[in-house]
Design a protein around this ligand. Structure first.
Ligand code: PLP
Length: 400
């Protein structure tokens, strides 16, 4: 009898973590490495949020809390949804977990039965397919082509829906492509969903605030109120307030689903960290300057990286609307040989050769379900980005 479960055998370890580990190893061995693999803001958590956490510790807010969030935080989340997304939720329609990742995972565990299908546009955040597999479901991929800005359209979505479809996972702005759907593009998708009442929508709005050039963010339940009763609107403080380590994510949705999610959480992790919850209250209710400041910095970096990568022979880098990622194509480099004699067969050999020969760590596209591309996270300093892009250019120019 095997010791490890069959379910686990279907799941692969996170490739983004593998790249980060490899880059760390090289760095520890004395190499000059620039890591562009990590998906977290390089800024510090704003001071007033840290102060709220310290005050919570000093006030003894260090005990178990309600499983899916303290009332103050649920209230702050309701206000956020109303203020920023025009969505009305009651506190009983809100769940809080240890990161957005846990909200998504719990929702899938709470709803999927064997054979249930989950539609995931590719390129996708690495965790979606594996979370679906862990929860016993079947991921169904729909490719968003580079020429379409890595977005899917109504016909693509319609073709993927079957009687077994349970969820459509929607992520805009996207990790890894940075693509964000305009209101009209999203409306076209919601119209398809309206015709298929058995399909639920899991909207991952984690990068909501990182949109550039006057782009207006919208979310499915806002664009199509007819979907409100079958949409889970997921969000968190990790990317919005540089709080990745605090582990607070949340969602709004129909009460019966929220209760089911709390049931899963009550038998696994229980409440998210009490101190982090008080910090999240301060983040959502307090001054919002950090959001604007980080958006300005990320937009500048996006422009820098897109311009520099498009100077590299064989690389094509579309300009994404948001998040802090770009997803350039390396189709023009396939079949070439590097200065060290490595043939670029695919995006994985490209990323490995790039790391070994130049010290620049990126994540290859196959990890996100769309190949002949790679992801750069530009959540690092302008100087490091300029240096990295210069190294990538030299690498590309050296290919024969
Ligand atoms: C698209 C997307 N969703 C969800 C998450 C999870 O964020 P957290 O668990 O830190 O809230 C991430 C983090 O990288 C992400 O990129």
């Amino acid at each position: 009898m095997a010791f490890l479960s069959d379910t686990l055998a279907r799941v692969k370890p996170s490739p983004t973590i593998a790249v980060t580990n490899k880059a760390r190893e090289l760095s520890e061995a004395g190499r000059d490495v620039i890591g562009l693999g990590a998906g977290e803001p390089d800024f510090d958590t704003p001071a007033h949020i840290k102060a709220a956490a310290i005050a919570a510790i000093e006030a003894g807010k260090t005990k178990y809390t309600a499983v899916d969030g303290i009332p103050e935080l649920k209230k702050a989340i309701c206000a956020k949804f109303e203020r920023e997304n025009g969505l009305s939720y009651k506190p009983s329609q809100i769940t809080v977990a240890s990161g957005g990742k846990q909200v998504l995972f719990n929702a899938l565990v709470a709803t999927l039965n064997p054979g249930d299908e989950v539609i995931i546009p590719a390129p996708y955040w690495v965790s979606y397919p594996d979370m679906v597999l862990l929860a016993g479901g079947t991921p169904v991929f729909v490719e968003g082509k580079m020429e379409a800005g890595y977005k899917i359209n109504a016909a693509d979505l319609e073709a993927a829906i079957t009687p077994k479809t349970k969820w459509f996972i929607f992520n805009s702005p996207s990790n890894p492509s940075g693509a964000a759907y305009t209101r009209d593009e999203l409306k076209a998708l919601t119209e398809v969903l309206l015709r298929h009442p058995h399909v639920w929508v899991m909207s991952d709005d984690m990068y909501e605030h990182l949109v550039f050039g006057g782009f207006t963010f919208t979310t499915p339940a806002q664009v199509e109120p007819g979907l409100y009763d079958r949409t889970l609107t997921c969000n968190g403080v990790s990317k919005a307030y540089a709080m990745t380590g605090w582990r607070i994510g949340y969602a709004g949705g129909p009460e019966h689903l929220i209760k089911a999610i709390a049931k899963v959480q009550s038998q696994s992790t229980s409440n998210p960290c009490s101190i982090s919850q008080y910090a999240a209250v301060a983040a959502l209710n307090g001054p919002q300057d950090y959001i604007t400041e980080s958006r300005i910095a990320f937009e500048r970096r996006r422009n820098l990286v897109v311009a520099a990568l498009n100077q590299c022979p064989g690389i094509t880098c579309p300009t994404p609307e948001g998040a802090f990622y770009v997803y350039p194509s390396i189709a023009g480099l396939i079949g070439k040989t590097s200065a060290a004699g490595v043939t670029i067969r695919d995006d994985e050999t490209f990323a490995t050769a790039l790391l070994e020969e130049t010290g620049v760590a990126v994540v290859f596209g196959a990890a996100f379900g769309l190949s002949q591309a790679f992801r750069i996270s530009y959540a690092t300093s302008d100087a490091a980005l300029s240096d990295a892009c210069a190294r990538i250019k030299t690498f590309c120019e050296g290919l024969k």
